[in-house]
Design a protein. Structure first.
Length: 393
C-alpha cells in the first residue's frame, strides 16, 4: 500500500512539472510556506491550469478531500501573480470565473480572501456585489480594504451610505481601515523572508514571509501587512486576535517583535479560536515590562510568562522601537521561552499547576495537547515579522 501511494504521488509530481512550465515554476517559488508533501497535489492540479480549465480546478473546492490541496495551489498562484501586472490581470479573471462556478460557502470565502490578496482592481466589481449579502459582506469588505485602491474605497463608501442593515458595521470598519492606510504604493516591493539552509534542513516552515497572512485566520482588518511585518492597529478596540489556520502540538516557534511604549499583546498557544486564550489554551505575555503603568503587575504577568501560571525572568527586552528575537519551544508539558538569546522561562506547566495556578484561577485549556497559535490584541500597536515554525509532533 505504501509503495503504491509513493508511486502515485511521484507520478503526480512529475506530471505537474511536465505541464504549464511557467505556472509550475511560479508555484515552486511561491511555496516557501508549504511542506513539500503539501505541494505535490497542488503541483498536479497545475495540469488543469495548463489546459486553461479553470472551471475544473475550482470544482476541487467542492470536494472535501481535495479542498486543502486546491487552497494551497490557489494561494501559490495568487502569491506569484500578485507580483506581475500582466499575470495579476489573468489571475483576477480566473478568480472572477471561480466565483461563478463554486457553490459552497467555504470555497467562496477562500476566493474572497484571494481576491483581496491579489489586489487587482478587476476583482473590485465582484467584491462590491457581495457587500449587500448577509453571508459574504464582512469578508468582501475586508478584501476591499486590503485592495484599498480608489475604486475599492468608492465601493465601500457607496455600500456604507446605502446599507442600513447589520452588514454596515463591518463595512464601516473596513472603510475606516482602508482610508487610514491610503492607496497601496506599487513602487514599494514587499520584504520577503526565507528560511536559512539550516532551518530548512531542521524542518522549519514559514508562517509569515513578509508579504501576506494567508496562513492566518481571524481579524485581518486590525492585523495588516506593512513593510514586511504584521502590524496590529486596534483603531479604538482591542485589535482582536489573529490565529494560525493550522493547529500545532509540540513545536518550536521563532519570530521577531517590536513593542511600542506601554504595549501589551499575547502569544496564544495550543488554543481554540473561541474564548480567552489565557484560560481555554495558554497565553505567553508580550509586554513592555518597563512601562510605568505595569510596575505593580504580578510576576506571572510580565513578558514571556505563562499568564497566571509561571513567571519569566525580566531584564532582557530591547528598548521599545527595536526588534526583539524570541523562540518558544513547547514539548509536552514543558515550555521554554528564549528572548534575545537569554532563556527567560523554562518550566513544566503540569508541575507548576499541580497544586493550583499562581493566579488562583482555573485554566481548563492549560494542558491542551494541540491548538492554534495566535496573537492576542490588548489595544496597542505591536509588530511581528519573520515567523517560522518547526512541528515536533
Amino acid at each position: 500500500m505504501k509503495r503504491t501511494l509513493i508511486l502515485a504521488l511521484s507520478t503526480c509530481f512529475l506530471v505537474g512539472i511536465s505541464v504549464a512550465q511557467q505556472g509550475v515554476r511560479d508555484v515552486v517559488y511561491a511555496f516557501p510556506y508549504a511542506r513539500s508533501s503539501q505541494a505535490i497535489a497542488p503541483l498536479s492540479a497545475m495540469e488543469r491550469w495548463g489546459r486553461g480549465d479553470w472551471k475544473a480546478f475550482f470544482r476541487l473546492f467542492e470536494d472535501d478531500s481535495a479542498r486543502i490541496h486546491a487552497t494551497y495551489a490557489l494561494d501559490a498562484y495568487v502569491h506569484a501573480s500578485s507580483r506581475d501586472a500582466a499575470r495579476s490581470q489573468a489571475a483576477a479573471r480566473a478568480l472572477n470565473t471561480g466565483w461563478g462556478v463554486v457553490n459552497s460557502g467555504v470555497a467562496r470565502q477562500q476566493l474572497i480572501v484571494d481576491m483581496g490578496r491579489l489586489g487587482d482592481d478587476a476583482c473590485v466589481p465582484t467584491l462590491a456585489g457581495m457587500l449587500a449579502s448577509a453571508e459574504y459582506s464582512g469578508d468582501a469588505a475586508m478584501a476591499l480594504a486590503v485592495i484599498r485602491t480608489a475604486s475599492a474605497i468608492t465601493a465601500l463608501e457607496k455600500a456604507a451610505a446605502g446599507n442600513p442593515g447589520p452588514q454596515k458595521a463591518a463595512i464601516d470598519i473596513a472603510l475606516a481601515h482602508a482610508r487610514k492606510l491610503g492607496a497601496p504604493n506599487a513602487s514599494v516591493k514587499p520584504t520577503a523572508y526565507v528560511l536559512s539552509k539550516k532551518e530548512r534542513k531542521a524542518g522549519f516552515e514559514l508562517l509569515f514571509d513578509g508579504t501576506h497572512i494567508d496562513r492566518w485566520i481571524g481579524n485581518k482588518v486590525a492585523y495588516a501587512v506593512e513593510d514586511g511585518a504584521i502590524v496590529v492597529k486596534p483603531s479604538g478596540g482591542s485589535g482582536g486576535n489573529l490565529y494560525t489556520d493550522q493547529e500545532y502540538g509540540d513545536f518550536e516557534l521563532r519570530f521577531e517583535f517590536m513593542l511600542t511604549p506601554g504595549a501589551n499583546n499575547g502569544l496564544g498557544i495550543r488554543t481554540p479560536t473561541k474564548g480567552d486564550a489565557a484560560y481555554v489554551g495558554m497565553e505567553l505575555q508580550i509586554l513592555d515590562n518597563e512601562a510605568e503603568k505595569y510596575r505593580n503587575l504580578k510576576p506571572y504577568q510580565y513578558h514571556g510568562s505563562v499568564y497566571g501560571v509561571m513567571p519569566a525572568k525580566r531584564g532582557f527586552l530591547k528598548p521599545t522601537g527595536e526588534w526583539n528575537q524570541q523562540t518558544v519551544v513547547a514539548k509536552g508539558s514543558r515550555v521554554q521561552v528564549i528572548l534575545n538569546g537569554e532563556t527567560i522561562l523554562d518550566g513544566d506547566i503540569r508541575e507548576a499547576s499541580a497544586n493550583g495556578t499562581a493566579d488562583g484561577n482555573k485554566h481548563p485549556g492549560l494542558l491542551n495537547t494541540k491548538g492554534h497559535i495566535g496573537f492576542l490584541g490588548h489595544g496597542d500597536v505591536v509588530k511581528f515579522r519573520n515567523l517560522r515554525i518547526r512541528s515536533m509532533d
